[in-house]
Structures are given as C-alpha cells and as structure tokens.
Write a protein that binds this ligand. Structure first.
Ligand SMILES: Cc1ncc(COP(=O)(O)O)c(C=O)c1O
Length: 398
C-alpha cells in the first residue's frame, strides 16, 4: 500500500499526539530503512535512539524467533530464565546489585522515584520525599515523569502536577547545593541531556553531584535511558565520570527496540523494595528479556561502545571542520554517537532537507539537529550522512 493512503489513515485513526513527518516506514536493515513507496533512507535516528545494533540485527532476529517459539509470557509470580540472566549480566557490568524490570523509560523512572521515596522515608524521616531534577531535562510522559521533566511545554493542560519535585539549572552544582534540604530524597539527572538539546555537562558535574549527595545522605539517580547501552562510548555514560549512581534507569536500546525498562540499584537502596512494593505485569517478560540479553551480549562481545566512541569522535571533528564554511552551525556537542548540532536557525527545515536527500535525523529542541545512528553504522554510511548534512546546512539561510 502507498504511503499517501497510509498517512491519511494514520491522521484519521490515531490520536494526534506526534508531529509526524510525511513518511511511512515499512522495513529496516542495519542503518538503512525503506518507506512504503520503496525509497531508501539512512537512519541516523535509530528508532529514536533505540536500535543500538541497527534494524533487524541477525542475532536479535534469531532470539526473537527462538524465544517467540519457546516462552513469551509468564506471571511474575514465577521465575523465568531470561530475566534472571539479564539481571545477572547487568549487575556484572554496572555499579548495581539488583534490577527491577518494566516496559519503558517512563516506567523505569517511576520505579526509581518510588524506590527513592521509600528508601528515604525508611532510612531518614517520613518528610523526606522530594526529588531535585534539572531544567531542560526529559524523563518521560507519565504524570510523575512529566513533572520531573524540566520543560514547561510538556506540562500544559495536565496541572496539577505531582508534588515532590523541584528543578534547578543543569550543570550548576551551586544551585543543587542551595536546593538540597531536609526534604530531599534524591537528585535526578541525565548524564547528558538528550531531548533537551544534547547538552554535555562539565567534567566535574557528576563527581560534584555525587559529593553533594554523599554529604546530605541523598540518592543520586541517573537517567541513562538515552545515554546507556554504549551510546556515548562507554557502556554507561557515568563511566566517563569516575563516580557511580545509587539508582540508574534504562530503556530505549536495552532490547534493541523491543519494549523494556529497567531500574538498577545498589543493594542498600534496593532493599527498600520488598515483596508487594512494586510490580508490572509485562515487566521482565521472557520475550523482551531474552532480546535484551542478546542485545547486551552482542554489544559487549563486539566492543561496540568503544566503536561508538571512536566513530563519534571522528564524526564530531569532521562536523567541527564544516563550521568555517557553514556559518549556521553554532556548536557541535555530544559524546560517542549522541551528537547535537546547534544551529542559529530552526532545525526543522534542515531536518526536512536531509530527509529529502535520504537521511533521517532527529531534532533535540528547536534549534538542534541530533545524530544518533546505530553503534554498528558503517563508516561509508557516516561519510554519506556527512555529505548530505553538509549540503542541507549549505541551503539553510543564516
Ligand atoms: C532521558 C530519557 N528519559 C526518559 C525517557 C522516556 O522514555 P519512554 O519514552 O520509553 O517512556 C526518554 C525518552 O526519550 C529519555 O530520553
């Protein structure tokens, strides 16, 4: 069926919550996708920063087939091997001792908020429930996660928001220090703000937050939903900083596009979740957990985080080199294969021109073009993407 008809039906039958591009994707392979009219695109969105291994990676496809024919679902009142093995692998490769599985980033963050509140109340006092988050952050669209999200545009129409959250400027340790009081349970940050414009904090920011948290008995929650799974050049972005969180949330790339979320914590913090504290019907189901296990194993075996770091560094320096001839570029930011190009003009027309020339990229805010290809992207594909970007930027009026 043609794109035109499908898009008409999409506009008629789906709730109108997304400003969708006029493109209907039907098939993918590695870093390439095809639309319903058969046109090929280079996919530097990787399904909204989800497909660490690219579209239809053979090992992922193999696990999907195998697990679909073995066991897809079981009540969480039973043990199932994939969730156990996945939790064991996550623990072996992170700061964490325990894992809770859910189905999305928002749900992983909800679990983190509940865990932090319960830990703080049980450890300190019943008044200690507040979470300090940052301006310009993004943590999800449920009522609690949209409240944590430090961008007013996502709040309109949904007030009253949840109590117990406050916001401080990102990358500002003094502001956090001033905001901490005897009600503070946790500080919540993205190691790099993704949706907020690919904002990389100073090197001292996470260590500084860790120190403030330790001094005040406050938990450090890192939302690695976008930065995790090797995207920034290390398996978790916190590994660049030399410090570890108390809680970390994951989703997006964890099962290479199959829905899953995870909330990881130290033993001391995880102990606040006791039987009956929290739950999720689909959380940790054998299907998604098996795919995540394959995804994480493939990333580790292929040393793909290191590869992302190397390719990302090269891509960023080549983007820097475009600056003198493309004055619309204000700044290149990012780490590994999470890269933002801040422009002096709106990003929308540049993104549309890239699409016209066969390259899919994402916005991050109004004036940032975000590049987030899969970690398996080929160097020749990076080359082609750069040429298209250069041409699209040349067309953008300063
Ligand atoms: C840092 C971060 N946290 C949370 C979320 C929400 O994840 P989900 O859309 O799976 O609920 C996102 C999604 O973009 C994200 O980038």
């Amino acid at each position: 069926m043609e794109s035109k008809t499908l898009i008409e039906w999409s506009e008629r039958y789906l709730m109108d919550t997304y400003a969708r591009y006029p493109l209907c994707l039907v098939r993918g392979e590695g870093a390439r996708v095809w639309d319903a009219n058969g046109k090929e695109y280079l996919d530097f969105t990787s399904g909204h920063v989800v497909l660490a291994l690219g579209h239809c990676h053979p090992r992922v496809v193999g696990t999907i087939r195998e697990q679909a024919a073995t066991l897809t679902s079981a009540s969480n009142l039973f043990h199932t091997p994939p969730a156990i093995q996945l939790a064991k692998l996550l623990v072996a490769h992170s700061f964490a001792d325990r894992v809770f599985f859910s189905n999305s980033g928002a749900e992983a963050n909800e679990a983190a908020f509940k865990l932090a509140r319960k830990y703080a109340k049980e450890t300190f006092s019943s008044d200690r429930y507040e979470i300090i988050a940052t301006r310009n952050s993004f943590h999800g669209r449920t009522l609690a996660t949209v409240t944590a999200t430090g961008q007013e545009k996502y709040w309109h129409g949904f007030e009253p928001l949840m109590p117990g959250f406050k916001h401080v400027p990102y990358n500002d340790l003094r502001a956090v220090e001033r905001a901490i009081d005897n009600r503070t349970a946790a500080i919540l940050v993205e190691p790099i703000q993704g949706e907020g414009g690919v904002v990389v904090p100073d090197d001292g920011y996470l260590p500084g937050l860790r120190k403030l948290c330790d001094e005040a008995g406050v938990l450090l929650i890192l939302d690695e939903i976008q930065t995790g799974m090797g995207r920034t050049g290390t398996l978790w972005a916190y590994q660049h900083s030399g410090v570890e969180p108390d809680i970390m949330t994951l989703a997006k790339a964890l099962a290479n596009g199959i829905p899953i979320g995870a909330t990881l914590a130290t033993a001391a913090v995880a102990a606040a979740f006791t039987r009956g504290s929290h739950g999720s019907t689909f959380g940790g189901n054998p299907f998604a957990a098996a795919v995540a296990l394959t995804t994480l194993t493939t990333l580790l075996e292929g040393k793909l985080p290191e590869r992302a770091g190397r390719i990302g560094r090269d891509l960023m320096s080549r983007l820097e080199a475009l600056k003198p001839t493309r004055p619309v570029i204000r700044q290149i930011r990012g780490k590994g294969l999470l890269i933002g190009i801040e422009l002096s003009v709106p990003a929308g027309p540049v993104i549309a021109e890239c699409r016209k020339q066969g390259l899919l990229v994402l916005p991050a805010g109004d004036d940032v073009v975000r590049l987030a290809p899969s970690l398996t992207v080929e160097e020749s594909q990076v080359e082609r993407a750069l040429a298209i970007l250069d041409s699209a930027l040349a067309k953008a009026a300063p």
